[in-house]
Design a protein around this ligand. Sequence first.
Ligand code: 28F
Length: 642
Amino acid sequence: MEKYEHKYGAEQIQVLEGLEAVRKRPGMYIGSTSVRGLHHCVYEIVDNGVDEALAGYCTEINVVIEKGNIISVTDNGRGIPVEIHPKTHISTAETVYTVLHAGGKFGGDSGYKVSGGLHGVGASVVNALSTWTEVTIKRDGGIFFMRFEKGKTVQKLERIGDSKETGTKVRFLADDTIFESLNYDYEVLEKRFREIAFLTKGLKITIEDQREETPKKAEFCYEGGLISFVEYLNKNKEKLHKSPIYIEKDGEVPVEIAIQYTSSYSENIYTFVNNINTIEGGTHLEGFKRSLTKVFNDYARSHNILKEKDNNLQGEDIREGITAVVSVKVKEPQFEGQTKTKLGNSEVTGVVQSMVNEALSTFLEENPSVAKAILEKCISASRAREAARKARELVRKKSNLETSTLPGKLADCSSKNPDECEVYIVEGDSAGGSAKQGRDRKFQAILPLWGKMLNVEKARADKIYGNDKLNPVIVAVGAGIGAEFDITKIRYGKVIIMADADVDGAHIRTLLLTFFFRYMRPLIENGNVYLAQPPLYKLSKKGMEDRYCYTDEDLEKAYKELEEKGITRDQLGLQRYKGLGEMNPEQLWETTMNPETRILVKVTMDDAQKADEIFTLLMGDEVEPRREFIQANAKYVKNLDI
Ligand code: 28F
């Protein structure tokens, strides 16, 4: 009996070595031997079918999780070629399934190999990591079959029947001596197949789970491609414009983008390279972001939505509420980053940027109502960000109080009788100076506040004591804080907050009220806290006493009264006070400090409570409510310079 000697040609040895390497270090090829690696095996096989779809020959892929955790994937493409290679005597199909990376690029210059988990390790890796793999091919009028065990051919390709159809069907049982478990997660697979269907316009993908008594099944097919993708992503959101913006361009780097803005504040941009979800972004995302910023700013300026003096809209303002999917196909993708999901190809930035510049600006010109809706949102986002920044900025900038036994900065009054004494807490150095000069030293003390003020929102009482920003206020009032606060010890019968009428002043007021509300509540309950009311306007005319107006209504009233005396508006000089610093000591005394003429507003508990709520909103951790608050109030803010 003649011994059948194995003809181990170079190819067979290469195959054995390849399989050996894969089974020895599976993580190198499939990422991990956890359920993630298990899912990657399925993606590898499915992606070969997707490639066949991208090549234009496959319209449907069916995935089944059979009982016993056997995976079956079927496509209706051309079927893997079955001709036998003249030299190796091995069929193309067997080569694709046994030689590492044999699944090279598909024919045609537009063919791109999409890839699964580790970007196209190929079907041979799945074969090596499977207890068995069976491949059934229909093409050239026949049905062909081959079988492998742990990557080794146990049944060479043979014709087993006739068929007029074409396609490839692969069944495999992953090797449970390699994978931690064979417990496929239906939801995970379903989510990925939905994603692939969005990314491959018109391809129908079905998934069925036959492991349980009641099988689960889903089917995905989106003629709308990425447009359907963003509509799906936005399904529970309020859209700013009806249909998504769609941009597509073939070429060296085919690019496909869909954009749809919503009223939400989050930014959702999903990017893909050859159908790989590049969660770490990369050059395609960079190009897209740069273009968005440029195109929307250019449009806003050229349509006078942004005025000459307005700052540019920031990228984050423009991306607030955006949902976008950016899908590019790259021949030789370079992946970087922690999980190899960041595109590194530098040439892609420019390609994406220039094609989006052109396509998006054209779209906006042709769809002004969409452009307007989006830009309205960007501008309010910009305002809100600016206001929040100022709020943060302000609270930090103000009230850098010198500390000493009595605050060095405190200009105390001579009387020691609290019932007749009052302390002005004045915002800013210059106003502090004028107040010191303009005051009545007998009963009026001045404590200037400036520099970085502690954010009491995040500080505990002990921090407040030690804090050199608030400490002087505590020392000046003289009655301690928190639980130790003793109202009988206060050094002044009135604590008067004097701050500018602008945003800065509003924030320092809010901060101090919150501080008093949080740490000296009896001071408020007892009616010791007041707000000074500096005038907003000064009306002047030669030979006429200066007339101060404290509100806009005041101003109107003054105009009317003066008109009755025959003095018209244009005969009057009007000064709008931006800040206390604009008043000289006499004016400050006359208008804001002289008990005979000044206007003081006593702070009540609910003012302080309101301030506290506002403060929490402005300086707390909840971003969303802050955004809403500022959004709602931004329009009331008159002097915010954007
Ligand atoms: C269920 C998984 O693997 N489908 C596949 C094809 C089609 C061709 C092909 C595959 C050419 C030389 C690499 C057919 N006719 N589904 C699949 N469908 N591979 S895998 O060719 C293999 C490549 O080596 C194919 C003409 N060209 C390509």
